[in-house]
Design a protein. Sequence first.
Lengths: 249, 425
Amino acid sequence: MTNILKLSDVSKSFGPAQIIKNLNLDIEKGERHAIIGPNGAGKSTLFHLISGHYKPTSGKITLNNEEISDLDPHSINRKGLARSFQVTNIFPKMSVAENIRCGMLWSKNFKYSIFKLLDSEKELNNHTTKILSELNLDHCAHIPAGLLSYADQRALEIGITIASGAETIMLDEPTAGMSNSETARAVELIKKISENRTLVIVEHDMGVVFDLADRISVLVYGEIICTDVPNRVRSNKAVQEAYLGTEGK
Amino acid sequence: MYENMLSYLKSFSSWIILAAIAALLPLMFDSYFALTLLSKMGVLVMFTVAYNMLLGQGGMLSFGHAIYFGFAGYVSVHVLNGIGSEILPYFPIVLFPIIGAIVGASLGCIIGYLSTRRAGTAFAMISLGFCEMATAFTLIFVVFFNGEDGIQTDRVVGPEPIGVSFGPQIEVYYLILFWTLLTVVLMYLITKTPFGRMSNAVRDNPERAAFIGYNVRHVRWIAFTLSAMFAGAAGSLHAINYEHIGFESVSIVQSGQVLFMAFIGGVGHFLGPVIGAIGLTYLDSVLLDITEAWLFYLGVTFSVIVAFAPGGLAGLIVMHGPIARTNKSLLLGLIKPYLTAIGSTLLGVIGTIGIIEMLYFRSLISRGEGEVVIFWYEFNANGFLSWLVFSFLIIAGIYLCRKTYPKARESWDHAISVVKSEISS
C-alpha cells in the first residue's frame, strides 16, 4: 500500500493555544480511514489544515508526494482532494442539479469560460444526471437546494464533494443530526461513493465508524494516540481510557 | 435540426418581441423630446444591466461604477474630436462602443485587481474611494478632462456610407438600440456559461466555491472586468448621444443613479435592471420639469423598496410566477385585494405629495399669491383648506392601508399555500 496523504509533525496554534501538536498521520491509497475523538480534540481543525482552509504553524502535509501545506483551498482541490463540511455548505439558491454541475466544472476543464453554454454541454449534463440518481435526488433536480430536507441537503453536499471525481474525499460528520433510517441511507451512499477512492471521515456515531472504516485514528487533545484496524482500536487500553471511557469496558 | 431552431426561437421569443417594440417606438413617438428620452433609456439600460453583472450576479456592491462609463465617454469624445480635426484616421461611429469597451475593460482589469481582493463592505468602501479619486482626476487634469465644463464634440465626421451620418437623433437611436440589444443578449448568455454560474456560486457561498476548485478572487475579478467593459461601451454611446461629456458622468451621482435603477428594478432577476432603467429614466425626464422634489420622492421610493421589497419590481412580479403556473384563477383572485391595497396606498401618497409640494412652494422666495399646481389643480399653499384636505388624505390612506394590507397578505398566503400543496402532492 502506498500513502496518498501524509502529515509529518504538523502543528497548529491559534495564539498561545496549540490545537494540533506534532501530528503524524498516513492515509493509504484506497482505504476508508475514520478519525474519531472527543469534542474539542481538533478533528475539524485537522480537516481545515489538510484542505487548505488553515495553514499549519509547522510541519508538512503531502498529497501524492506533493507538498500542499501552503496551498490555497482551490489549488488543493485541483490536485484531487475534495471535502464536505460539518455544517451543510451548499449553494442554497441554485437548483440541486446546478449544485452538482458546478462541482464538476473545474475538473472537466471548463475553467472561467464565457464562451460555452452549459445547457448544451451534453456530456456534463449526462454526468450530472448520473450523480443525481446515485444520490437518489433525481426527483428534485430542479428545486432550489435550500428547500431540500436536511438529510437530502447532506446527501447533496456529498454529491458536490464527489462531483469533481477527486481521488481523495474527506467527509466531516456526514451523518450528524440524522435519524437512524437517514443515517443508514447515508452510510450506504458513502460506501457506494467511496469505492475506488480514498475516504477520510470524521464521525461521532461509533456504529457508522465501525461499519465503514478500514482503519481508525484516535485524536485526543491534538495528538493521535492510536491508528489501527477497528477491532484493535476497540481493545486499545489508552483509547478506552481517553475516549471510549466506560462504554468500552 | 428544424425543431431545434424552432425551440431556440421560442426561448428567445420574448426578446424578439421586446426588440420589435423598441424598434417601432420612434414611429409612435417622433418628437425630439421622445427620441432623446428613448436614446437615453437605451444607454442606461445597457449600463444598468452591466452594473448588475457585478451587483446582482456577482454580489459586489460598487459605488463607483460610473468610472468606466465616464472615462470611456471621455476617450470616445477625444477620438471623435481627433477624427474631426484629422489628427486621427477615420474610425466608423458604429464601432465606437468597441473603443468604450476596451477602455472600460482595461480600467476594470486594473481597478478590479485591487478592489476584488476584498469582498462585502470592504469592497464597497474601496469602490467609493476610487470614485472620489476619479472625480478629483477630472477636475485636476484639465488637459484631458477640461474641468467642470467637460468637452464638446461633433459626431458627424468622416464619410457617410449608405447615407447615414448619425447627425439626426433617430439614427443615433437605432445605433443605441442595436448595441443595447446586442450587449444585453450577450450579458444574458454569459449568465449561462461556466463563468456566469460560478459568479453566482461565489456570490452565494464563496467558501464552497473555493473547495470545488475555483479561485474566488479570479471569478470576482473577471466579473468586475466584464462589467466594466459593458459599462464602457454604454459610456461611449452616452457621449455620442449628447455630443458632450462632463465630470458628472464619472461621479458618485452617476454611480448612485445606476445603483438606484438596478435596485428599484430588482437585482435578483436578469430583466430587473431593464425595468428599473426604463422606468426611472422616464420619471427622471418627465418629473424633473414638474416638481422640485423629484429627488426626494426617488429617495423615499428607494428606501421603501430596499426595506419592504428587496427583490425590487422584478422580484414582486417573479414571486407570482409559481401561482400563475399552477392555477391562473388563483392569480385573478389576488387582483381585488391588491387593487384595494394599492388604492389606499395611493390616497396616502397623494396626500403626502400635496403636503411636500406645498412645503417646497412655501420655501421659495417668489411665491406670489400662493397658488401652487398639484396634480393639475391649483391649490393655495397659504390656505388652511389645502392643508386640511391633504392631511385628511394621508390619515385616510393610513387608516385604509391598515385594513387592506392584512387582507392582501392573507390572500397571498392562501394562494401560495394552495400552490405548495399542489406541488407536493
